[in-house]
Write a protein that binds this ligand. Structure first.
Ligand code: NAP
Length: 298
């Protein structure tokens, strides 16, 4: 299906290796940038430095899961060379070159405002976000076990947010015997929280309830664990903030108040890179099918 489709992968971590394997098996023509420190058991793939690539050849460009940072830097676990691109980076690409990224960062929006191209942020899709919640929740459980002195069974765990990650976190912690409370704002979510046997918490009740929890896991991407809430927390409680940058915790304040606060970003790539990579690869194939790659190649 992808035979001879020219795909440029720029940077990334162990997850990208699974993506490379899958795309290679499907006979795509791969150009790898930022993979100079890893031996790969494939022939017929081209490894290049950023300035060596002729981007006018690319049918698809794949950026890594975190996208591109505000300075145009792309994370590359398998390269000692910094990968930095400029805002007119897409000017040499074909107009129908498809841009894939994990998340859409402000820099990616700027790239697209300079040169309009079709872009798909893979993690905006429910399927990948839900599947990815499995390694994320397992990673959060691992951290909770490592950083507390009591079993999770019997512990009081508060999950902030009941979206794709919060839902899975609540279920996994509950399934090993934690007493789970979940904070949400939608009446339907609060009803579902009750139906699933968890204790519902709202923003209004958070302040008075927060002192009772051993572990507090945030999935809300805005400042919910602020100074006021942290002041009311038990000094022995553990915060695990899963929300992407800028996070949902006042870490400086937590630190001053001697409350341990972890901010483990990219957990799937760290705790289960193979599974996370397979999930990513599966989604990329689905996206390329939907995008009608034959049309791209013409
Ligand atoms: P999601 O499905 O959009 O869920 C977000 C939840 O936050 C929803 O329940 C939403 O409630 C709630 N929320 C948002 N703003 C709120 C506010 N101002 N007040 C109260 N509740 C609010 O997102 P997700 O897929 O679960 O991902 C959650 C976060 O985890 C994201 O930042 C994501 O990037 C991050 N993440 C981190 C890792 C990691 O390894 N650390 C892995 C995957 C994802 P409503 O439904 O009412 O809007």
């Amino acid at each position: 299906m992808l035979k001879d489709l020219k795909i440029v992968l720029i940077g990334g971590d162990a997850r990208q290796i699974e993506v490379i394997k899958t795309l290679y098996t499907l006979e795509a023509k791969l150009f790898l940038i930022g993979f100079d420190n890893i031996s790969l058991p494939f022939d017929n793939i081209t490894r290049l430095k950023l300035d060596e690539m002729d981007f006018s050849l690319a049918d698809v460009i794949l950026f890594p899961v975190p996208g591109i940072d505000i300075n145009g830097k792309i994370e590359a676990s398998y390269s000692n060379n910094e990968l930095i691109i400029s805002k007119d980076f897409l000017s040499s690409t074909k107009e129908d070159c498809l841009i894939l990224t994990g998340v859409k960062t402000p820099f990616i929006s700027e790239l697209l405002s300079v040169n309009k191209r079709k872009m798909i942020a893979l993690f905006e899709r429910d399927d990948i976000a839900i599947l990815n919640s499995i390694p994320t929740a397992e990673g959060a459980l691992m951290l909770a076990i490592q950083h507390t002195t009591r079993t999770i069974h019997g512990s009081k765990v508060l999950v902030l947010g009941f979206g794709r990650i919060g839902f899975t976190i609540a279920r996994i912690f509950s399934s090993i015997g934690a007493n789970v409370s979940v904070m949400a704002r939608k009446p339907a979510h609060l009803a579902r929280i009750i139906e699933m046997g968890y204790t519902p918490i709202t923003a209004e009740t958070l302040l008075e309830q927060v002192s009772q929890y051993d572990v507090c896991i945030n999935t809300i991407p805005s400042l919910v664990l602020n100074a006021e809430v942290i002041t009311n927390m038990n000094k022995n409680s553990l915060i695990i903030d899963l929300a992407s940058k800028p996070g949902g915790t006042d870490f400086e304040f937590a630190n001053k108040h001697h409350i341990k606060a972890l901010w483990p970003l990219g957990l799937p790539g760290k705790t289960a890179p193979q599974t996370a990579g397979e999930i990513l690869a599966h989604t990329i194939i689905e996206v390329l099918k939907d995008a009608d790659v034959y049309a791209i190649q013409k």
